[in-house]
Design a protein around this ligand. Structure first.
Ligand code: NAG
Ligand code: NAG
Length: 249
């Protein structure tokens, strides 16, 4: 009995120690020793392809692909709904700049990506001058979507006294980049010819069209990415993300 209890305690202590020293950050996290642009850009670029796959052990969802089950986009005079929109491409995003001001609790991330959204849609109403009544397959491709995310952070301690980054708030700006291509089947249920004509028109005017109905989709993607990063911060300690002591002021 004493022996069993003894080994039990030993096992308990060992496993507690394990928890104490175990690294939570996945291997693709390469902490910087300085907040130089060079190191931060490289570390972020290194982490993206694996990070966006999702980390089930840490409860983090996949960002590439991610699925938008249903997204209704209410527009002036047109109601568009996307179903089962599968978004791919984040794994190939190119990081252009990262700024981390630890004392100011400020973080900026700039990148550009080619993204594809595939799914189904229905639309009723009017796009520009055309009356629409359609549903079918939808594919939208964005070439070199450029984005800048500006995050105010704070430092928190979890209930074990371990430091973590936390997101206080964020804002972002983006532009649709070099080209957006739409492939929306059956814009008019009644006429294939008219459907093709309008689709051509939409593609010729991609910028205006994207500006009219793209923002809810981008908002959705950014919000999902931010929430995922936030969860990651809650799990992985500050000290495993950057080799610089946490600012005390
Ligand atoms: C940070 O410093 C450690 C120890 O000198 C080194 O092993 C590691 O490679 C450095 N990290 C980076 C990203 O340069
Ligand atoms: C996106 O695709 C274009 C054209 O195919 C290519 O020139 C560009 O380098 C790609 N951008 C990224 C971020 O992969």
């Amino acid at each position: 009995m004493v022996l069993r209890l003894g080994s039990c305690i030993v096992i308990l202590v060992i496993s507690l120690c394990d928890v104490g020293v175990a690294k939570l950050a996945p291997d693709f996290i390469h902490p910087c020793n300085q907040t130089t642009k060079e190191c931060l850009v490289k570390a972020t670029q290194d982490a993206i392809p694996d990070f966006v796959k999702g980390i089930p052990d840490l409860g983090l969802p996949s960002l590439d692909p991610f699925v938008i089950d249903k997204l209704a986009i209410p527009l002036n005079g047109l109601k568009v709904t996307f179903y089962q929109g599968k978004v791919t491409g984040f794994r190939n995003c190119i990081v252009d700049n990262v700024i981390s001001e630890l004392e100011k609790r400020h973080f900026v991330l700039e990148f550009h990506c080619n993204l594809t959204i595939k799914g189904q849609y229905d639309a009723v109403g009017q796009i520009l001058v055309f009356p629409i009544n359609g549903e079918g397959d939808a594919k939208v491709k964005l070439t070199n979507l450029r984005m800048k995310v500006d995050i105010n952070t704070k430092y928190i301690k979890d209930n074990k006294g371990v430091n973590h980054f936390s997101i206080k708030n964020y804002k972002y700006t983006f532009d649709y980049g070099d080209k957006v291509t739409f492939d929306l089947q059956n814009l008019f249920k009644e006429s294939k010819e008219l459907s093709n004509t309008v689709l051509t028109f939409l593609n010729e005017n991609w910028k205006t069209v994207a500006e009219e109905f793209g923002k809810p989709i981008v908002d959705y993607a950014v919000e999902l990415a931010i929430r995922t990063i936030e969860k990651f911060f809650l799990v992985v300690p500050y000290e495993e993300l950057i080799n610089i002591p946490i600012p005390q002021n």
